[in-house]
Design a binder for this molecule. Structure first.
Ligand code: NAD
Ligand code: LMR
Length: 346
């Protein structure tokens, strides 16, 4: 019962699901043995839109797959049990064969005192090599990038696919949902409301000052002012550090990230299955600030059967948000350029 209730809340209300539109969706997790990968794989197993789950890691994926495969949930199209397969280090291509959606949480997490950019040296090549495999084996897949630094890893994945001649910008997403989850949770705490009634759009990128919550656009957020506002913005921008410090060197957010990743994957799967009006912030190739040389940006995006359907404008900003945006753009530009340069020099 609990699992089914969780599956419903992470996918979609049953009334919005149209079984006639349902399609087969194979989802592959690259990095499935890790702190995020394991709970994310479990949550994906609960999603009725997932018909096949393919779990890959350089360590431990077959074990995670055996474990997750015992969960007694069905996928919707044929009410059959989801196929779950685990693949070891040398079976990356097999893991990716025929996949519709690839989720990438592979790579190292931060320790206290590190920035996300400090992960670049290790994670850039991991993500580049995984993207090259996607380009080779499943070039039409939708790719959801979780590995940090997202502001650079999304341009890396995009550049690798472009180099291979298979890049579709509407298929590549940086998962920034955890910023939205935190913004809703923290604002709801201040407002004494249910987080589900406190939607917050978060734009920009996914690290410190590049995370720009648009609190003025929400009824609960626009009344938060002064010191409370400053502290709330800081907590949303640096929520990741809060977890890194509390874990004392044992990693960064894994469980809240798995929830956020499953929520974003669920939104995309609903849109791929024909649901209309699925709108969520995500870091994508974007025209919004391209005239300033920033061609990736997170904003509200309408998802559809082909991934990105429409990139929505960021809307009216308060004076404080204009300042946050001004601080975001130069950092974001550097992070994006660093990712692109890495691929062009590889
Ligand atoms: P982890 O160390 O627990 O797990 C990472 C996994 O990746 C490990 O199982 C490892 O074996 C695997 N891996 C390494 N190289 C691989 C490769 N070439 N192919 C396949 N798998 C490989 O780390 P974690 O806590 O799960 O975090 C993973 C990444 O997600 C980090 O970069 C972290 O910073 C990032 N993260 C992003 C967000 C976000 O909001 N986007 C939130 C939290 C964490
Ligand atoms: C987060 O926001 O929790 C992640 O990006 C992980 C981190 O390094 O903070």
């Amino acid at each position: 019962m609990l699992f089914r209730a969780a599956a419903r809340s992470l996918s979609s209300p049953a009334r919005q699901f149209s079984s006639s539109a349902a399609r087969q969706s194979k989802v592959t997790v690259l990095g499935a043995g890790g702190g995020i990968g394991q709970p994310l794989s479990l949550l994906l197993k609960l999603n009725p839109h997932v018909t096949e789950l393919s779990l890959y890691d350089i360590r431990g994926a077959p074990g995670v797959a055996a474990d997750v495969s015992h969960v007694d949930t069905n996928s919707v199209p044929h009410l059959t049990s989801i196929k779950v397969n685990g693949y070891p280090a040398d079976k990356l291509d097999q893991a990716l064969e025929g996949t519709d959606v690839v989720v990438i949480p592979a790579g190292v997490p931060r320790k206290p005192g590190m920035t996300r950019d400090d992960l670049f040296n290790t994670n850039a090549s991991i993500v580049r090599d995984l993207a090259a495999a996607v380009a080779r084996v499943s070039p039409k897949a939708h790719v959801l990038v979780i590995s940090n630094p997202v502001n650079s890893t999304v341009p890396i994945v995009s550049a690798v696919l472009e180099k291979a001649g298979v890049y579709d910008p509407s298929h590549v997403f940086g998962v920034t949902t955890l910023d939205v989850v935190r913004a809703q949770r923290f604002l709801a705490g201040i407002a004494g409301a249910d987080p589900k009634d406190v939607p917050v759009t978060v734009v920009g990128g996914h690290s410190g000052a590049t995370i720009v919550p648009l609190l003025s656009q929400t009824p609960y957020g626009k009344v938060v002012t002064g010191e409370v506002y400053k502290k709330l913005v800081h907590r949303i921008q640096f929520g990741g550090d809060e977890v890194v410090q509390a874990k004392e060197g044992a990693g960064s957010a894994t469980l809240s990230m798995a929830y956020a990743g499953a929520r974003f994957a669920g939104a995309l799967l609903r849109a791929l299955n024909g649901e209309k009006g699925v709108i969520t912030p995500t870091f994508v190739k974007s025209p919004l600030f391209a005239d300033q040389g920033i061609d990736f940006f997170s904003s509200n995006v309408e998802l559809g059967p082909n991934g990105v359907e429409k990139i929505l404008p960021i809307g009216q900003l308060s004076a404080e948000e204009e300042e946050l945006l001004a601080a975001c753009l130069p950092d974001l530009k550097k992070n994006i350029e660093k990712g692109k340069k890495f691929v062009s020099q590889s």
